[in-house]
Design a protein around this ligand. Structure first.
Ligand SMILES: Cc1cc2nc3c(=O)[nH]c(=O)nc-3n(C[C@H](O)[C@H](O)[C@H](O)COP(=O)(O)O)c2cc1C
Length: 178
């Protein structure tokens, strides 16, 4: 079965990034795909060290990326770029993890600017040869878009759902027999 894996690059328990990724996964689930989430706030992933092949949960986490036909990456906007948590995970991954993998991107911002974060994600995922779809979602003023766990902003929901559809279609194009 085709699997879509979301990776949330926030360490916050009640992360808006994680909540936004769930909307994308829900859409993929409704389209018949298996959905999974890696919450980087809930794993043991020490700072990447180039002299060590594996640390903490890294072998298990990279295996999960390798075995997924689609990966939706999410990061909070930190100082106009992505979070160190996201980057640390990214450094463990190579072309081997992202070969023939459809990729979707989500960034959540406390303020209004998420463009550079998505651009940085797009260009560094290109470095590991992920097939990033043109659709992407930035959520500005994230705390105003949610009432508890409920996403109240219809436009944000529509864009997250459209991203889910785009990622599933790209995964099916790359893996027609899955
Ligand atoms: C270290 C740090 C840097 C941040 N930098 C920005 C920023 O440059 N622009 C912005 O709009 N929000 C910034 N924020 C706010 C986060 O982007 C915002 O709270 C986001 O929704 C958090 O996502 P999360 O709930 O998934 O952790 C920053 C937050 C932190 C902790």
């Amino acid at each position: 079965m085709t699997t879509v894996l979301a990776v949330s690059g926030s360490r916050r328990e009640r992360s808006y990034t994680k909540r936004s990724l769930r909307v994308v996964l829900d859409t993929a689930g409704e389209m018949g795909l298996e959905t999974k989430m890696i919450d980087l706030g809930a794993v043991d992933l020490p700072l990447y060290h180039p002299d060590r092949d594996e640390q903490g949960d890294s072998a298990e986490l990279t295996r999960r990326v390798r075995e997924s036909e689609a990966v939706v990456l999410g990061s909070p906007v930190y100082h106009g770029s992505y979070s160190s948590t996201f980057r640390n995970f990214h450094d463990y991954c190579s072309k081997e993890e992202f070969r023939e993998t459809a990729v979707g991107l989500v960034a959540t911002a406390g303020g209004g600017s998420y463009g550079p974060t998505l651009e940085h994600m797009r260009s560094t995922v290109r470095g590991v040869h992920g097939h990033t779809v043109p659709e992407q979602v930035g959520v500005r003023s994230a705390s105003k878009k949610y009432d508890g766990d409920r996403l109240t902003d219809d436009d944000t929901r529509r864009r997250l759902e459209e991203l889910g559809v785009a990622v599933v279609e790209e995964a099916r194009r790359l893996h027609p027999s899955s």
